[in-house]
Design a protein. Structure first.
Lengths: 109, 137
């Protein structure tokens, strides 16, 4: 798993890639916790995800729930085919805010 | 035909090895790409459950077996942890949006059957998962 964050205006962009499994998901969970504590709108660039399992999805769900409590924005963008398949299995494609690209997510609402 | 029969340490950092071995074995058994993804996800999620809920993070081994006869692909996962109460293993309803409980749902969604046959002597838990293969890619 590789993960990086950068600021883009008000937004925090989290770029997530590689294999997001039980070995790495605790690190993702911690990082997303820190990002959400900044109370800024967040977009997760998921284009580079080759594999994600339920533990990786759980970290995203936790961040989504934090955003809801904060009335903040948490968007998944450019979701790779393997990641979308798993989100659909969990029917979470109907729950998360999803954008086709990071640029689309960053456009003013 | 048996394509995989290997012992792996029950540790999160070995899940990657398990997934790659399972993908190679599923391909050797004639699975299409989407079937390989399904089997890899099911084995990964089941191994996670063994690591977290059977061994509770303690040292242990998982035997991973993949075989096929005709269009019937069978996965067997064997651990040596104390017996797990099967009645406690169930997926969460999907309309509850919360972080946990998805792994068991994924396994049920991608495999055709999942059961826990009586494990042989000296074995902790035996999980058997079956999937019909050879469908449209």
């Amino acid at each position: 798993m590789n993960v990086a964050t950068r600021d883009h205006g008000d937004w925090v962009v989290v770029t997530l890639g590689g294999e997001v499994d039980l070995q790495h998901s605790p690190r993702l969970r911690k990082l997303l916790g820190e990002v959400m504590a900044r109370r800024r709108p967040v977009v997760v660039d998921m284009a580079g995800i080759a594999y994600i399992d339920s533990s990786g999805i759980a970290a995203l769900v936790e961040a989504y729930q934090t955003a809801r409590r904060q009335a903040g924005r948490f968007t998944l963008a450019a979701i790779s085919a393997p990641a979308m398949r798993v989100l659909r299995l969990a029917r979470l494609d109907q729950v998360f805010a999803i954008a086709d690209s990071v640029e689309a997510a960053l456009e003013p609402a | 035909m048996i394509a995989l029969d290997r012992i792996f340490p029950a540790r999160p950092e070995r899940l990657c090895d398990i997934r790659h071995a399972v993908a190679a074995a599923a391909a050797a058994l004639g699975c299409a790409e989407n079937e390989i993804s399904d089997v890899v996800l099911a084995v990964d999620e089941a191994c996670q459950n063994i690591i977290r809920h059977a061994y509770h993070g303690a040292e242990g081994d998982i035997v991973v077996r993949l075989s096929a006869e005709g269009d019937r692909l069978e996965v067997e996962l064997i651990d040596f942890a104390p017996r797990v109460d099967i009645a406690l293993i169930h997926p969460r309803p999907l309309d509850e949006v919360r972080p946990g409980g998805l792994g068991t749902h994924f396994i049920g969604a991608v495999m055709d059957s999942v059961d826990f046959p009586s494990p042989p002597e000296g074995v902790g838990n035996l999980l058997r998962m079956v999937k019909r293969i050879g469908g449209e890619p």
